[in-house]
Structure formats: C-alpha cells, structure tokens
Design a protein around this ligand. Structure first.
Ligand code: WTA
Length: 646
C-alpha cells in the first residue's frame, strides 16, 4: 500500500480548486467540452471572439485538431498589454544570475517596452509573419523578450537548448529553414562559459543553413567574439534605435506559435508545432489551477527555456496569468548546494517547480544544506519530466517543504503543450510517485498490446482518447509522421509512448517510456540519435543504445559498440567515443556506459533484439526471456559476462 497524503484543510481553504470543484468541473469538461472550453477560453483577450470551440478527430484517415478556429488573438498582447492598466508595475520576471550577486526585476511595463523594441528590430530586419526564427540563448531575460517579440509579429520561434552542439543546432535550423538566429556571445552556468556564438558560427558552416540571413548577438559575458559583417549584428546596438510601440499582429487561433524539436523513437528529432489560441488557453489555465496561482505568488520554474516546460510554465502560462515568474541562469550546486533554497529565501518564492533528477542530486548532500535556509515562503512544490521515486518525493516533502507544502507531480510531454495528469493540491490527495488524476478535459485510458481499453485497476500503455486545446498540431514539415507516430498505434487515440498503471482509486502511475526514447535527467533522447552519432565514428562498425537505471539521472545511457575489424578496444578509445557523442549531440547525450560488443543479438532477419540488451544493462541477466530465435545465441553469454552494471 502506498502512503496517502490527504489534502491539507488549511491549503484547501484558500485553494482555487477544491475537491467538490474538481469533481464537478471534471465531469462537465468531459461530458460537454464545448461548453467548458468555450467558457475557459474567455480568460484570454481575443481581438476577434471565437464562435467555434472544439473541432477535432483522432481518426487517422480524417485527423484534424482545431480549437477556437475562427477566433483571433495575439499571444504577446495577452502576456503583456492587457496587464498594463492594472498591473503595469507588477514584476513580470525576476532574473537571478549565475553569480549570486546579480539579479534583476523587470516589471510588466518594462517587459512590454523591451518586447515591442525587439519586435520592431525583427521587423526592420525583414522578418515577416510566418518566418521561422531560431533562438539559441542562455537563461537571460532576452530569451523571454525574443519569444514574445516573435509572437507579437507572428514569427514562429524555434528555441534550441544552449547545451546542444553545433550539429544539433544546424539540423534544427535546416529543418525549419530558419531566417534569423538570436544568440549570445556566451552563456554562463555554474561559473563556466558556454561558447554559444562559436557554436552558431560552426553550425552555419553546415550545408543547408544558408537560409539564415542575420545573426543577432546578445552581449552576456563580454568575452570577445568574431562578428562577421554583414551577417552578425549586436542586439544592444540594434535595440537602441527601436520604438517602444509595436502594434500586435492579429493571429488566427490556429496560426503557429512555435516549433520545438524533441526526440522520438526513430530518426531525427521532430519539430513539434504548437499553435496560438488553444495552446495559450491551456498553458495559462493549467498554470493557474495546478500551481494554485494567487495574486502575490512568486513562482519559480527551474526548467531551461530550451525545453517545453520553460515555454509553457516559465514564460507563456505565468505571463498570460500576470504572475511573477523567476528565471534562473545557474545550476543547483553553484556556488554551493544550498543555491536553490538561497534563491527561494532571497526572492521569497512561494511556488517551486523542478525535476526529480535535481531533487535526487541534492539528496546526496543530505539535509544540512537545505535546513540552513528558511524556505518559509514556500507553499507548493511541483515536479516534472520523469517519474519521481517515492523516496525522493518524501524527501522533497519533508526536508524542502517542511511537511507543509503539497507536491504536484505533473505528467505531460512536449507534444501535449501543458500538464495532463496531476494532483490539484486543494482537491486531490497525493500518493508519492503517482501523478494522480487527469486534469480537466483529459480522458486517459490504458490499453493492452492489442489496443483493448482496460477498465478499473490495470497496467498497460497510456493513450488519450480525446483532444485538448494545448495539443500539438503537426510535426513541422511532415504531417504524415505526426499521424503515423501518434494516431496509428492504437487507432482513434493519441498514443503517449508511456506505460502507466491505474490503481484501485483511479490514480495513474507513469511507469516510463515504452518506446526507444530514454529520459536522462528529465531530458528526452532517442536511442537512435545516439546510435547514429556512434556509427558516424570511423572506428565503429555498429552500435546499439538502451537506457539503464541511474541513481541521479533516473535513466542513464548504455551503449554497446562493435568496432571495425582490426580495431583494438582500449580505454582511450572508450573515452574518445564518449567525447565524440558529446561533441556530436551535446553533453546530455554522453553515454554513461560503453560496453565493447563482439556481436549484437540479432534475429535471423537482422533486427537487433533490444529487449535483451536492456535486460543486460539493467543487470537482470536471468530475465532475458527466449533467446532461441537469435541468429547467433552465443553472443549473449559474452555480453552478459562483460556487463558493466552489477
Ligand atoms: C516523462 C516534459 C513520469 C514521460 C514535460 C513523458 C514523466 C516524457 C513525468 C516527456 C511525470 C514527464 N512522471 N514521467 N510527472 N513528466 N515524464 O517531452 O516519459 O521532455 O513521455 O516533456 O517525460 O518529456 P518531454
């Protein structure tokens, strides 16, 4: 039996959503979604009100997803302009630098002026509605300014995480034929400099990137960088000349807002496309309900702006709600491992949202670094990105939250735009390790391998049977891949790629990916991406990559490598290959384990049996199952003997 943490009466008394509200609103949201989302949509300001709400079908032969389809609005207006009259002086963004002595407070009025200037700058450089803009920035306010400036003029942003390599950046530029890049001289994380401009220069030497006409460079560290005329321009000099007024472009609800690349089980990363109206309704409404947002909250989401969590729950959701959102440039352990909690005390953070991997890493250092801070401002904690193990949940609750703060374990995906399964702290009792119940309008189901929907307590694959406003609309440039990836496996439903269990109380427990995607410290990686990086090395004949258990990261990367004939497996080569992957994709893709494999277990038709490789990497050699169908069952014994985790 898992432990139950009941809703605290004190928290419930002031909560936006109470138990009875959850029951009745959920019921309405799934029985009459048009009425429900029609009403919720009015939380935004529409320049042309919608008359239609939901128009969707998950039937692969007639797939369409439209929400509020005849409405018009602008995301930047909703995140900025409409707050000015009453809340112009309220702080929109608190920026906390990597260096604890550096921070900034930016009011809604100031942010509005910066965004208008940036929008005018882009327009003056020839950017038009629909153009794709790549943003490759560190965690500095200019990242939010750039996003909102794109939204204001109808340009589609594609943010690339600053930890990605020049090659990964180039791939994302080529895929969306980006016209302009906004970057910085360098990033700063944990006292170390990240050479962003150098990476951009390298990326732009790759074939197919010549659609990029302009590179705008924000001066962050001030280190000298090469500026190539006329392509490269300084952000500060361009901005100085711009007007603080810029009329927002009226956008149709279904016009694209952004593309964000994410890893799938096959091939290169997919450009997940989100649109304007439904996305913002969903991001803002979930943000208000899930974090129980109230007027004076100081809300901090630690995610990088390069991931979807940074999009929906650091920028768009909070700013649409007129909240104060904290943006942190640094890392949890710099200058020391108390940093998160020092920042909480310094800025009196009330709502705190982070990843289980960060909690597990901090647990290693014990309670003292946490307990020497006050944290009395905190009233709610959240997690996202991967399953949280009950031990980490309990520690977060007891040590960080002093047993006072409820925890929302929020399950969602880049594709879903916002949170789908989560407790609402004033309404739903929590069980450590369970994302608990579906949010309003979300109809999850658990299916077996044949696609039969299971009732009651059950375990299987997680699907969603009806649309919600924040859902992705397509894979940029490849609509067929969208249909094939998400709507064909279990016809008539959206397939999440996750496994889940539903218990006797109707609570959902996410068990992890069931496809070839691994989740390393909450970052999604396709095993195929790491494999193709490895086989691109001249000494590698073949490679297979699987996930393995990892105490801190949740999952680690375990690579099996077969070398070309005549190449000696040495420790130097092992290091060379790990560095190679790091350089090809980025530090997050560096294999934790690299095992030499004289051969890989394959079926007679040549397909690698990953099931077996996964079990070996999980140190469960007695659970390999049937290996008789292998072309050469003999290879298994030596792989087991040489396994690296025991
Ligand atoms: C996993 C991040 C368990 C899941 C927002 C999903 C989780 C993938 C949780 C999406 C959670 C996310 N509990 N697993 N609370 N949240 N996941 O696209 O496997 O980076 O499919 O989106 O992370 O990762 P993505």
């Amino acid at each position: 039996m898992s432990k139950l943490y009941p809703v605290s009466a004190e928290f419930a008394a002031q909560a936006n959503i109470k138990a009875a509200d959850y029951a009745s609103l959920y019921d309405e949201s799934v029985t009459d979604p048009d009425e429900f989302w029609g009403r919720i949509g009015k939380r935004l300001e529409w320049s042309k009100p919608y008359t239609q709400v939901q128009d969707t079908s998950f039937d692969a032969s007639d797939l369409h997803i439209n929400w509020y389809a005849d409405g018009e609005l602008n995301v930047a207006t909703n995140c900025l302009d409409r707050h000015l009259e009453k809340h112009g002086d309220k702080i929109a963004i608190i920026w906390e630098g990597d260096d604890p002595n550096e921070s900034r407070r930016i009011s809604y009025r100031e942010l509005h002026a910066e965004v208008c200037k940036c929008a005018n700058m882009l327009k003056n450089l020839g950017v038009q509605k629909g153009d794709r803009i790549t943003i490759y920035l560190p965690m500095i306010p200019e990242a939010a300014v750039a996003m909102l400036a794109c939204a204001r003029i109808g340009a589609v942003h594609s943010i690339v995480f600053g930890g990605f390599s020049p090659d990964s950046l180039a791939g994302r530029i080529v895929d969306c034929t980006s016209k302009l890049i906004i970057t910085a001289d360098e990033g700063l994380r944990g006292g170390k400099k990240v050479p962003l401009k150098i990476n951009v220069d390298e990326a732009l030497q790759r074939p197919g990137t010549n659609t990029v006409e302009t590179v705008i460079v924000v001066r962050r560290t001030g280190s000298p960088v090469a500026m190539q005329a006329p392509r490269d321009r300084w952000y500060h000099s361009l901005m100085a000349a711009q007007s603080t007024e810029c009329p927002p472009e009226p956008m149709n609800a279904e016009d694209p807002l952004f593309i964000l690349y994410t890893s799938g089980s096959t091939g290169k990363p997919k450009g997940v496309l989100h649109t304007t109206g439904g996305y913002l309704v969903y991001a803002s409404y979930t943000h208000e309900c899930v974090f129980d947002l109230q007027e004076n909250d100081v809300y901090w989401c630690t995610a990088d702006v390069g991931w979807v969590t940074g999009h929906s729950y650091m920028v768009y959701g909070p700013l649409a709600n007129g909240a104060t959102s904290l943006m942190f440039e640094g890392v949890p352990n710099y200058p020391d491992v108390s940093r998160f909690w020092q920042v909480v005390d310094k800025h009196q953070v009330t709502l705190f949202y982070t990843a289980p991997t960060a909690i597990r890493a901090l647990m290693r250092d014990g309670e003292a670094p946490v307990k020497k801070t006050k944290r009395t401002s905190l009233r709610l904690l959240g997690t996202v990105g991967e399953p949280i193990n009950p031990e980490a949940w309990e520690w977060y609750h007891r040590v960080v939250g002093d047993e006072r703060c409820p925890i929302v374990d929020t399950w969602w995906q880049t594709e879903t735009g916002g949170i789908l399964i989560t407790p609402l702290a004033g309404a739903i009792a929590q069980k450590p390790g369970s994302a608990t119940k579906p949010f309003f309008g979300i109809k999850p189901a658990i299916v077996d391998v044949n696609g039969t929907q299971l009732e009651g307590a059950a375990e299987g694959n997680l699907v969603i049977t009806d649309s919600w406003p924040g859902q992705m609309r397509t894979v940029y440039g490849d609509h067929q891949r969208f249909i094939d990836t998400y709507f064909k496996t279990y016809p008539g439903t959206y397939f999440t790629g996750d496994g889940a269990r539903r218990d006797e109380d109707g609570y959902y427990w996410i068990t992890g990916r069931v496809d070839d995607v691994i989740n390393v410290s909450g970052h999604r990686l396709g095993t195929a991406e790491v494999e193709s990086a490895l086989v691109a090395h001249p000494k590698v004949a073949e490679a297979a990559v699987v996930g393995c258990p990892h105490d801190i990261k949740g999952q680690g990367i375990y690579a099996y490598v077969t070398l070309k004939t005549g190449i000696e497996p040495t420790e130097e080569l092992r290091k060379e290959l790990r560095d190679w992957v790091r350089k090809e994709i980025g530090p997050i893709a560096t294999p934790d384990y690299l095992q030499w494999a004289p051969g890989l277990p394959k079926t007679r038709s040549g397909k690698i049996m990953r099931r077996i490789l996964r079990k070996i990497a999980e140190n469960q050699p007695d659970q390999l199952g049937d290996i008789s169908t292998l072309a050469d069952p003999g290879v298994v014994a030596s792989l087991v003997d040489e396994r690296m985790i025991r």
